[in-house]
Structures are given as structure tokens and as C-alpha cells.
Design a protein around this ligand. Structure first.
Ligand code: URA
Length: 435
């Protein structure tokens, strides 16, 4: 078999066999295939797609590229949640300590920022000292000891996804249904949980731009799970505007801490976190009715148990727990620029992609896989969709370390906002649940 023939076959739109896909993934992981061939193949898949069988073969090959975690009997209780990526999407960070505080074990493999979207790993690693570089043994030991661990797909867990993920990010091949499906589903299956909940996003800040496309992805993920004997629940949610108010790594951790301390009780972050947490509690059979589950979760926040669990997680993964009570521990930026509104009315829309692009220009994301990122920069949305604005009110704030980057970011953020004179209708965060 030759890699060039596999690329050529896909380029012409033919179906690849299981053996060809296995050969491609083996060559990727053992280093015998150069990055330029892998990149050409990714682009061929982007253009020609893959059918359900090929997607399942690819997912299985990625799972088999490394070790799998076996939690034994504990797997039945473990929940794993993953988002297909968004802007300001910190729901994993708010959800995980909350579920762990509820006694639901969480073992999670997350990713770094991809395309314009932020990555949970980057956000968590903005906490000084925090590392997601866990061995499988350490991940297992930590889940058994404190009920929660967050690792990344480096090392020997789905190493093929680690390589493909980094290449897709810099070859404009992220937004492909079979590539997203295999990347997410392989990590989830390899991580060993029995209860998998996926947040499949649509909108300007997501890889899938329409709810219909996101439902298509959600169905593909659920079907791929079934082919590989895993029950997956996929929740299709809106990513038209950034989630919450903070976009940027440490800013998002601060917002998550505020939620876990009980200081954010309304808005999209609170709604989605509770919706996902309730779903997880019901999936694991811990609660049978929604309202009791919701009240129980709210109590975990108010009693301080959720933030205490986050503190425990930070300490277990080497992070500085002082960040919870003292945000200056994240380090500060040189420039905080408050941008006033020029209009009076209501915010009609905030284009998530434009805000993400502005943040990337500040240094919050990567251009190349080897780039380092500036954890402290980002944008804080003082106003969100549906909120009233008067001329001169602060619309948003740019956190930056360079005046030049501030003005570049401002151009994109200004364009992101649209206004109207009547209060716009609210879109519910959940569009559809696919099982
Ligand atoms: N998250 C992943 O892990 N992989 C993707 O391809 C997209 C989002």
C-alpha cells in the first residue's frame, strides 16, 4: 500500500477501505508519513467527505492508535462531556467541578484551541502551574481519588488525533463532519466513560454554521458511537454569540470561578451548565426528575461544594489555587480599553466569529501549531444580545498587551455588534437533543 494512492483515491471521491484507513493512521503515528501527505489527505477528505462506514473506521483507527483507559466497573458511573468548539465556551470548566461535587466521577480528555475556537486545555493552563499533561495511570488514580481529572490527547491516548488535530488547525481542514466526528468520538471512547454527552454547536462562532448542519454532525456522532457500541447523547446548541461575557483564556477561567462561587445565576453560561448537569445526573440514574436534580445542583453551588471541588482539581493538577480568591494571580495585562456604545437601543447580535478573530489578533489563539499564546488577553462583553444600551455605556472591554493589537481587535469587535430599537427575541440555548 502507498500513501500517495490513498490520497489519490480520496481526492477522486472513492470510498476508502478499513485497511487503507488503518494504514494511513498507522503511518501517521509511527512517523513514516510526512506531514505534507497527511495534510493533503485531510484536504481531500474535507472536499470529498466520508460515508458512515469510513467515519467509523477512522474513529476506530484513531482509538486503536494508542492506549485506552479501562475504569472497570466505575465506567458505568463516569460521565464525559465534550464540545465541538465555540467562542467563550467555558461550560466544560463550569460543569466538571459541579458534577464531581455531585458525586459523578468525571474523566475528561480535552483539546487545545482549534481554528478560531478556544480550547479547554489552554484555558485551564492559564492557571499558573496547572498541567493537563497526565499519564493514563495518573488520570485514573486522580478520578478514583478526587472524582475528577482533565487530561489531553498527548502521550499515548489517541495519539493520531493529537497529530491530526494540530495539522487540521493550520491547514483549514477543521470544519469537516467526518474529521470532527472521528476526533471527538475517538477521544471520548478511548477515555473509557460509559456516559458520553456531546455539545454540538452551530452558529457564527461554531464550525457548523447552521442548526441543520449541526444536527447532521450530531446524528453522525451518535451513529458512529452505536457502530462502536457506545451510547452517545448529542445536544445541539447555539453559538451565534460568544457564551458568557469573557472570551480569552484567563478571563474565561475567572468567569467560570464566578459561576462556581454562585455569583452568576442567570444568562447562557448558567443555563447551559445546569442543562448539561441535569442531563448527566439523569443519564447516570442519580436523579429521575429534572427539578429535584436542578435544586440539588444549585445547592452544591450555594454551599461552596462546587468551588471547593474546582480548588481540589486545580491543586491535584499542580495549579496555583490562590487564583480562586485573588484574580491578580493570573498576571495582568498592560492595557484595559473600555469601548463605549455609539448607539442607543438593544444589542441585536454579537458575531461570535468576529469577536474570536479579534481575540486571536490579541494573541489569545494560535496561527501555527508551535505558536505560544498570551493567556491574559481577551475581550469582555459588558453588553450581550438582548440587553439595553445607551450611547456612552461601556459595550465591551479589550484586555491587551499591545496598543497596536488593541486597535486591530477593536476593528473586528466593532463590526461584531448589531443593534435594534426593539428588544430582540431570545433564542433558547438548546436546539435539539439527538440520542
Ligand atoms: N473538538 C475536537 O476534539 N475535535 C474537533 O475536531 C473539533 C472539536
Amino acid at each position: 500500500m502507498r500513501i500517495v494512492d490513498i490520497i489519490d483515491k480520496k481526492k477522486r471521491g472513492f470510498e476508502l477501505t478499513k485497511e487503507e484507513i488503518n494504514y494511513f493512521i498507522t503511518s501517521l503515528v509511527n512517523g513514516s508519513m510526512p506531514d505534507y501527505q497527511a495534510s493533503a489527505w485531510l484536504m481531500a477528505v474535507w472536499f470529498k467527505g466520508m460515508n458512515e462506514d469510513e467515519t467509523a473506521y477512522l474513529t476506530e483507527a484513531i482509538i486503536n492508535s494508542g492506549e485506552k483507559i479501562d475504569f472497570g466497573d466505575l465506567a458505568k458511573q463516569i460521565v464525559d462531556k465534550h464540545s465541538t468548539g465555540g467562542v467563550g465556551d467555558k461550560v466544560t470548566i463550569t460543569l466538571i467541578p459541579l458534577l464531581a461535587a455531585a458525586g459523578i466521577p468525571i474523566a475528561k480528555l480535552s483539546g487545545k484551541g482549534l481554528g478560531h475556537t478556544g480550547g479547554t486545555i489552554d484555558k485551564l493552563e492559564s492557571i499558573p502551574g496547572f498541567s493537563c499533561n497526565l499519564t493514563i495511570d495518573k488520570l485514573k488514580e486522580q478520578v478514583e481519588r478526587i472524582g475528577v481529572a482533565i487530561g489531553q490527547q498527548t502521550g499515548n491516548l489517541t495519539p493520531a488525533d493529537g497529530k491530526l488535530y494540530a495539522l487540521r488547525d493550520v491547514t483549514a481542514t477543521v470544519d469537516s463532519l467526518p474529521l470532527i466526528c472521528s476526533s471527538v468520538v475517538s477521544k471520548k471512547i478511548a477515555a473509557g466513560a460509559d456516559n458520553i454527552v456531546l455539545d454540538v454547536k452551530y452558529g457564527s462562532g461554531a464550525f457548523m454554521k447552521t442548526p441543520q448542519k449541526a444536527v447532521e454532525l450530531a446524528r453522525l456522532m451518535v451513529k458512529t458511537g452505536k457502530k462502536l457500541n457506545k451510547q452517545i447523547t448529542a445536544v445541539v446548541t447555539s453559538m451565534e454569540e460568544p457564551l458568557g461575557r469573557a472570551v480569552g483564556n484567563s478571563l474565561e477561567i475567572i468567569e467560570s470561578i464566578e459561576f462556581l462561587k454562585g455569583n452568576i445565576v442567570t444568562g447562557d453560561i448558567a443555563e447551559l451548565t445546569y442543562d448539561f448537569a441535569v442531563l448527566a445526573l439523569m443519564l447516570t440514574g442519580k436523579f429521575l426528575d429534572e427539578e429535584t436534580a436542578r435544586n440539588y445542583l444549585q445547592e452544591l453551588i450555594h454551599s461552596g461544594k462546587a468551588i471547593d471541588k474546582f480548588r481540589e482539581l486545580i491543586a491535584a493538577q499542580g495549579g496555583n489555587t490562590k487564583v480562586i480568591d485573588d484574580y491578580s494571580q493570573f498576571g495582568d495585562v498592560k492595557y484595559k480599553t473600555e469601548i463605549p456604545a455609539k448607539n442607543t437601543g438593544y444589542v441585536k447580535k454579537i458575531d461570535a466569529y468576529k469577536i474570536a478573530y479579534g481575540c486571536k489578533l490579541l494573541g489569545a489563539g494560535r496561527e501555527k501549531k508551535t505558536d505560544s499564546i498570551d493567556y491574559s488577553v481577551g475581550v469582555f462583553l459588558n453588553k450581550k444580545t438582548g440587553e439595553k444600551v445607551s450611547e456612552g455605556d461601556i459595550l465591551y472591554t479589550i484586555y491587551s498587551n499591545s496598543e497596536e493589537k488593541t486597535s486591530l481587535c477593536k476593528e473586528y469587535c466593532d463590526e461584531a455588534f448589531e443593534f435594534c430599537s426593539d428588544k430582540p427575541e431570545k433564542t433558547p440555548p438548546i436546539y435539539e437533543i439527538v440520542k
